[in-house]
Design a protein around this ligand. Sequence first.
Ligand code: GLP
Length: 256
Amino acid sequence: MTFTIRVFNTPHDAGIYVASLAEFVIMNKRNPVLGLATGQTPVPFYESLVRLYECGLDLSHVTTINLDEYVGLSAEHPQSYFHFMKSNLFSKTNLSSSCTFVPNGASANLVEECLRYDEILKNYPIDLQILGIGINGHIGFNEPSDTLIAKTHVVELRHETIKSNARFFDSEDQVPKQAITMGIQSILQAKKIVLMAFGTEKSKIIEQVVIGNVSTTIPASILQFHPDVMVILDQDGATDLLKNTDYLDANHLKIK
Ligand code: GLP
């Protein structure tokens, strides 16, 4: 068990902290590579990273590789993950457009697109991978299943994921049923992983991921095998985990 846990008062505070972790990588690597996530959770992190850029942090030499994208949505679609990244980060910093990678969900050949993405991942090993988590324990779009797939692949989204992500669309019908996602092996190959989760709805799954059994039915639990994972929570997201005080003490998990 190698998780290091930090519990912050607010997602905003957590975002500032994660941005400082990213800055450390950016300042100390010649060709830094960040693995990036979408969803509500990383927004405070992007806000803080943009603020750091505005305060002088150069991002022109940074490569970013996103975890996933909906199948069938073009880069211009307002709910595409590319569009999310453009509005929250790419358009607000000096990241180079030739070094910001997001899977192309509108590709006419998704098999080739997956291979292209794996080639990118091979060429740019990820230094710091930012992760959110789905309410069912998915990371990227690696959904609960009998098997966790190693490489970039097309996935059928589960009903609970479609329902949960409907909050970003006008209706549930509009949520794509498939996505392209980086595979579990690619995520685990990142040198350092930061898993962020905020709010009471993430509290139970975080408890299971951190102190439960490793199972393909909770994909994020496989992070227990990675040597350097930080779990970044707000008070609400940490509620269930922090009930296990004996367990946490016994394993020398660092809280706060
Ligand atoms: C999507 C993304 C995940 C993300 C999850 C949680 O399903 N594919 O990468 O972690 O949503 O989203 P949120 O942070 O909005 O709760």
